[in-house]
Design a protein around this ligand. Structure first.
Ligand code: CDP
Length: 208
């Protein structure tokens, strides 16, 4: 059973994906980390993020099995990831690994932007997790504060809106709701409620 979870930044899809995977005893892949690792490497080398050739070469050389988490969650890395992920060559270079992960015997839980549309269009369960930009900005601010970063709320909100526009507006695998996805709006939901809704959908779909 493949569970595909997509949605915009800071919508709660990562938390939900991790919990579902743990509950069901399936492996979980946070595909955003792949794009963040490419962005991190580009930033560390001082490479221009807009250069598709360099970004594609970095993506092709990435070892997705050994990403490490070093500074991948920084705010600047999320922004940079959104720039490099728009290059079709970068997406192509990372696709085979994601498809292999999704095809593991017993299934897997993957979260990202294009799991239900591109990586695993045949997934048995597709969820699109979203929330209002203001609520997502509050959540991202709390995460960043816990990690020692302290940007202004307005800055975080503006970043999120810009990232939403970039992710949804690009030509290659844009962020969108797959026709057969079920939308969970977590604006008014805590993590437990979101998990309960998602689990009910999974149970209903696959009779697990
Ligand atoms: O955690 P957050 O939602 O802020 O971001 P993320 O899931 O780590 O993804 C960072 C960026 O990578 C996104 O803004 C997308 O541009 C890109 N991404 C993508 O294009 N496709 C995916 N499957 C996952 C992430």
């Amino acid at each position: 059973m493949i569970i595909a979870i997509d949605g915009p930044a800071a919508s709660g899809k990562g938390t939900l994906a991790r919990r579902l995977a743990a509950h069901l005893g399936r492996p979980h892949l946070d595909t955003g980390l792949l794009y963040r690792a490419v962005a991190r490497a580009m930033l560390d080398r001082g490479e221009p993020l807009e250069n598709p050739g360099r970004a594609t070469a970095v993506a092709a050389a990435l070892d997705p099995d050994h990403l490490g988490e070093t500074r991948l969650r920084d705010r600047e890395v999320g922004e940079a990831a959104s720039v490099v992920s728009a290059h079709p060559g970068v997406r192509d270079a990372l696709l085979a690994f994601q498809i292999r992960f999704a095809s593991r015997p017993g299934g897997a839980v993957l979260d990202g932007r294009d799991i239900g549309t591109v990586v695993a269009p045949n997934a048995q369960v597709k969820l699109y997790v979203t929330a209002s930009p203001e609520e997502r900005a509050r959540r991202r601010l709390r995460e960043l504060a816990a990690a020692g970063e302290a940007p202004a709320y307005e800055t975080v909100l503006a970043d999120l809106r810009q990232r939403d526009d970039r992710d949804a507006g690009r030509a290659a695998a844009p962020l969108r709701v797959a026709p057969d996805a079920i939308v969970i709006d977590t604006t008014e939901l805590g993590p437990d409620e979101a998990f309960a809704q998602a689990l009910a959908i999974v149970t209903d779909r696959v009779g697990a």
